[in-house]
Design a protein around this ligand. Structure first.
Ligand code: VG1
Ligand code: CO
Length: 547
């Protein structure tokens, strides 16, 4: 077994976005592409020329195409770097929240997660790599930016020439001086869940005939949901559908929203619909919750969990605070105000919640993009959200719809929608945002599309714990009554630019709570067009996806 120093040259564009480096599989398949990024990462984390002596690394991914190849590459490089121990999920599998749990429970110094999350997979799909730090959460921007800088100057990487580690059987293997442990990908995660929820109450709920349909979208959530929901909680076999993780997600787009999970929505709208529907994404950190003929918006889901948290064992002591990403609706803010706990507004991306969670300032966090989580790990967590809902349904005896309407009746309803314009040529996307930004000084006080603009800004965030500043996190146009339109470009796509337009309007009047969100938000859509001239910049008349 020899240590090899391999000469290489920098690749363009190895800059992590909202959540890691995501590129087409074919990009990752280029010789040295993954190795360059991993070397840059290890150089930043340990210092150039420094070994990872005594440290533990966690490695796993969502099982998409190229996962196994990438895992072997990383194991060899980790061994060459001198890690004492590498924990890898059996089959190279770890959901994102499970990886976070493993890092935390085993005192690892970090972990490498292989996933492009909600992006499609397969040989023509996307692949991704992300580094999580010792708290189990995504590396902060100062690390990801340093890694990017290092990828631009890299001249060699270090690896071992060895045969592959057998990933399909649990056990301990030696790779150079490094001990590689192939672990059960579910155990640690399941143990965390058992400590948070009233499994007895959920078991009784299922025993009483309650019906759930959990669509794992042929992604990594399947085995976890099966083990816990069908295995431990006694839901009938077949409760979890699309439960086998496939390398191409069966050709589905593993993004749990009403558009991509249309089969689940059809089941939930049928006459014999189950009591609750749920779905999770490629790496199982996102969740969608659906009631019988009632789709729950992610922002409302966060508000419901916050409102009822003390009914669940893990949160009995109450919430230190809540946090949401800026474009997420203000529904949770209203709950927090009622509970008398602070509410933090962060930029998009889970990495911004890490410091608040570590400092004990926030307990629950969420994003409008079907992400919800808490201080139990440092990632959003799809199955956790489903278990939280099940626990609430079990102890309140209410339906999904009743729980949401209960919050609306107390705090009003935040009508909410996100309109995505995908596949815009990058220059057009940049030109649109530059145009919107250039109008910022003039917008306040202006009436456009019949609506009076009170404020407009480009969201900047100063982390309350470490003082780090993140600029240009999305343009907000706010009306007198707090209604708002937010514009930002996606940081997870791999083709051109995706414009996200977020629309929110608060409605206190309960007699209007059953209106269609798109109808209520139509005037804000017109305002968005007036401000951003989306048609002019992109030639697109309608969004690609509305959620
Ligand atoms: C999107 C979502 C964001 C989420 C991110 C990663 O980012 O908007 O809320 O944190 O995906 O989620 P963007 O930059 O494309 O808007 V996942 O489940 O894809 O890791
Ligand atoms: Co995800």
């Amino acid at each position: 077994m020899t240590v090899n120093t391999v000469p290489t040259q920098p690749f363009e564009g190895q800059r992590p976005g909202t959540s890691g480096l995501r590129k087409k599989v074919t990009v990752f398949q280029q010789p040295h592409y993954l190795e360059n990024f991993v070397q840059a990462l290890l150089d930043v984390v340990h210092g150039e020329g420094q070994q990872a002596t005594g440290q533990t690394l966690v490695v796993g991914g969502d099982g998409r195409f190229h996962n196994r190849v990438a895992v072997q590459t990383i194991l060899r490089m980790a061994a060459a770097r001198g890690y004492a121990r590498v924990l890898v999920g059996q089959g190279g599998i770890l959901s994102t929240p499970a990886a976070s749990a493993v890092i935390r429970r085993h005192g690892a110094s970090g972990g490498i997660i292989l996933s492009a999350s909600h992006n499609p997979g397969g040989p023509d799909g996307d692949f991704g790599i992300k580094y999580n730090v010792s708290n189990g959460g995504p590396a902060p921007e100062k690390i990801t930016e340093a890694v990017y800088a290092r990828t631009r100057t890299i001249s060699h990487y270090v690896t071992l020439s060895t045969s592959d580690i057998p990933l399909d059987a649990q056990g301990t293997y030696a790779l150079g001086a490094t001990q590689v442990q192939v672990i059960d990908p579910i155990d640690d995660y399941a143990e965390v869940m058992r400590g948070l929820f009233d499994f007895g109450a959920i078991r009784q709920l299922f025993a009483s005939g309650f019906r759930l349909r959990y669509d794992a979208m042929c992604a990594v959530g399947g085995p976890y949901a099966r083990a816990l929901i069908e295995g431990e909680l006694g839901a009938p076999a077949g409760t979890v559908v699309n439960a086998e993780p496939l390398e191409d997600f069966g050709g589905l787009h593993p993004d749990p929203n009403p558009v991509n999970a249309e089969d689940l929505i059809a089941h939930m709208m049928a006459d014999d619909a189950p009591d609750m529907g749920a779905a999770s994404d490629g790496d199982a950190d996102r969740n969608m919750i659906v009631g019988r003929r009632f789709v729950v918006s992610p922002s409302d889901s966060l508000a419901v969990l916050a409102a009822h948290a003390t009914r669940v064992p893990g949160y009995r002591a109450g919430l230190a605070g809540v946090a949401r990403s800026m474009p997420t609706s203000t529904a949770v803010d209203r709950v927090a105000a009622r509970l008398g706990v602070p509410c933090f507004e962060t930029p998009t991306g889970w990495k911004f919640f890490g410091n608040l969670l570590d400092a004990g300032q926030a307990t629950l966090c969420g994003e409008e993009s079907y992400g919800t989580g808490s201080s139990h790990v440092r990632e959003k967590d799809g199955l956790w959200a489903v278990l939280f809902w099940l626990n609430l349904l079990a102890v309140t005896g209410q339906s999904v719809e009743q729980l949401v309407r209960g919050v609306w009746s107390q705090d009003g309803r935040c009508f909410y929608s996100r309109h995505d314009y995908e596949g815009i040529p990058t220059e057009q996307g940049d030109a649109l945002m530059a145009d919107v930004r250039s109008q910022l000084p003039q917008l306040p006080g202006l009436t456009l599309a019949g609506l009076h603009i009170a404020q407009a800004d480009d969201f900047a965030y100063t982390d309350p714990v470490d003082g780090s500043v993140s600029q240009k996190q999305g343009v907000r146009v706010v009306l007198d009554d707090g209604s708002r339109v937010v514009f930002r470009l996606s940081g997870t796509g791999t083709e051109g630019a995706t414009l996200r337009v977020y629309l929110e309007q608060h409605e206190p009047d309960a007699s209007r709570h059953s209106l269609e969100a798109q109808t209520v938000l139509a005037p804000l859509v017109a305002l968005a067009e007036a401000v951003a001239r989306i048609r002019h910049h992109t030639g697109m008349n309608t969004p690609t996806v509305c959620t």
